[in-house]
Write a protein that binds this ligand. Structure first.
Ligand code: CA
Length: 233
């Protein structure tokens, strides 16, 4: 059975020190059903984003506290905050070159003056792109093997095959790193997370079981003599 969980409305944080602009954006984005917050300074925005990461950030380039470029740079350093789509607002089109040249990880930019409609369209496009990337990561496919990451389920040509948690982790690593040899040691570290009571024969045992479950796809997991294993893709 497939369970569909209703998704909450995307949360957008506007970081803009000019209240008139911030409010126009807030009004137009709220009207589209987004949950919208405003921060008027770069430094307080950084704090707010780290504490409660939104789904998208709209950042003005010129800000008190921390400017838009510094803020973006700091967000890029955090594993979690790096993934938040970011739309940059700039006052002058010359600044665009600077933003693009710096490759700061802004997903898009808009020059002022802008129409609120344009911003709404860009926001939708950026969110759609971000979601596409997320969906891709949730499903790993090779041949007739389909591993649903979010659901922790394996399908072989549409048939669901039950896996243990360890087998799931093992298969996930093989699929993520397909065609690359995984040594027994690296598998022990990544799948069993350094458990001391596990020896390398455990790896072989689990590989054998996993091959058994993969049926016609079993020979995709190849033994690399003296080294480890590799999943062919
Ligand atoms: Ca400003």
């Amino acid at each position: 059975m497939l369970l569909l969980i209703p998704m909450a409305e995307p949360r957008i944080l506007i970081v803009e020190d000019e209240p008139a602009i911030a409010e126009v954006l807030e009004y137009n984005l709220s009207k589209e059903g987004y949950e919208v917050g405003i921060e008027y300074r770069g430094d307080t925005a950084l704090e707010a984003i780290r504490q409660n990461p939104p789904d998208l950030i709209i950042v003005d380039l010129m800000l008190p506290g921390l400017d838009g470029l510094e803020l973006t740079r700091l967000l890029q350093r955090g594993a979690r905050t790096r993934q938040i789509p970011l739309l940059m607002l700039t006052a002058k089109s010359e600044e665009v070159d600077r933003i693009v040249g710096l490759e700061l990880g802004a997903d898009d930019y808009i020059t002022k003056p802008f129409s609120p409609r344009e911003v709404v369209l860009r926001v939708k496009a950026v969110l759609r792109r971000a979601r596409g990337v997320e969906e891709q990561r949730e499903l790993l496919e090779v041949g007739t093997i389909r591993l649903d990451i979010a659901g922790h389920r394996l399908f072989l040509a549409e048939e669901e095959i039950p896996l243990t948690a360890t087998e799931f982790r093992l298969l996930k690593i093989f699929l993520e790193r397909c065609n690359r040899v995984q040594t027994r040691d690296s598998l022990l570290t990544d799948v069993w997370r350094y458990s001391e009571d596990v020896d390398s024969r455990t790896v072989d045992t689990h590989i054998r079981r996993l091959r058994g479950k993969l049926g016609p796809e079993a020979d995709r997991i190849e033994t690399v003599v003296g080294v480890g294993y590799r999943l062919r893709c």
